[in-house]
Design a protein around this ligand. Structure first.
Ligand code: AMP
Ligand code: ZN
Ligand code: FE
Ligand code: FE
Length: 277
């Protein structure tokens, strides 16, 4: 229920990703590129050819102060004006932000903006992973993860945030576009920094469907705490790999969502239909 293609920062095209899902023995897969639905058509054709079901989705960038909060959105209308306006703005801000980060990095390491562009496909949602790939290509880091642990870390001094809406607004936009919103990897920080209960209550009231508690980057105590809150506020629990091809160690199918929860998502999704095999 959470994968990335070359439309954002995954290393495989949407069609290659559908073939990889088939090979991994997965029957239903969601494509959730960052702030873009540009991969939906190619993924639909490939999923049909591979006889697997595709849930069209997106990972919506949102932000609270300096922390980014990722919102998975499923089965929304990709032509909805509210969503299109917001993701157009986010993608533009991501581009400016990446360029500014590269300018700062270039004071200390040989790297140019063209190096980064060489790592992206046309109109891709640009992020730190593309800068990481450029750093690897220049020999300044061994892998993407190595770049994230060093030069691209938020504490490195080169980091800069980008514009993104508040999660509450994003939840409202997704529901207004007929979609189903789930907070991605909500427990990656320590229990103390986890989404506060009052905020979660407001998000639930605005239509939040669930929490992606089964994800390799969630921390155990924070996850346990959120599981209690999910129960209290009637939120569903999902699990997914957050696959990025060779860009991250996460493997397809390492976490999965139960058929019962998937059925609820499909029931509530009114903006787009699942692409059945
Ligand atoms: P950004 O949104 O541009 O700040 O970059 C965050 C993206 O980088 C997310 O999609 C993450 O999945 C990805 N990412 C974070 N850490 C790593 C890592 N260690 N290796 C590869 N990708 C990562
Ligand atoms: Zn990503
Ligand atoms: Fe994410
Ligand atoms: Fe992701």
């Amino acid at each position: 229920m959470h994968t990335h293609s070359s439309v954002s920062d995954g290393t495989e095209t949407p069609a290659e990703l559908m073939r990889a899902a088939k090979e991994a023995g997965i029957g239903t897969v969601a494509l959730t590129d960052h702030d873009s639905t540009a991969g939906w058509d190619a993924a639909t054709a490939a999923a049909r050819a591979e006889q697997i079901t595709l849930i069209p989705g997106m990972e919506f960038s949102t932000r609270v102060d300096y922390s980014s909060v990722h919102l998975l959105a499923y089965l929304f209308d990709p032509t909805d004006v509210g969503i299109v306006t917001e993701i157009t703005r986010i993608r533009a801000a991501r581009l400016t932000r990446a360029e500014q980060m590269v300018q700062r990095i270039a004071f200390d390491y040989a790297i140019t903006w063209d190096d980064v562009l060489a790592q992206t496909t046309l109109d891709a949602t640009v992020g730190r992973p593309h800068i990481a790939d450029a750093l690897v290509a220049r020999g300044h880091a061994l892998t993407r993860s190595d770049a994230f642990a060093g030069i691209l870390h938020w504490k490195s001094g080169y980091y800069q945030p980008h514009y993104a809406p508040d999660p509450l607004r994003a939840v409202e936009l997704v529901r207004a576009a007929g979609g189903v919103p789930v907070i991605a990897h909500p427990a990656t920080r320590g229990a103390a920094d986890v989404i506060p209960e009052a905020r979660l209550a407001r998000l639930a009231q605005a239509g939040l469907f669930g929490l992606e508690l089964e994800h390799r980057e969630n921390r155990p105590e924070a996850t346990a705490h959120l599981a209690v809150l999910a129960e209290k506020y009637g939120l569903f629990i999902t699990g997914s790999s957050d696959y990025h091809g060779t860009g991250k160690p996460n493997r397809l199918g390492e976490n999965t969502t139960t058929p019962e929860v998937l059925e609820r998502i499909i029931d509530q999704g009114r903006g787009s239909a699942p692409r059945y095999a």
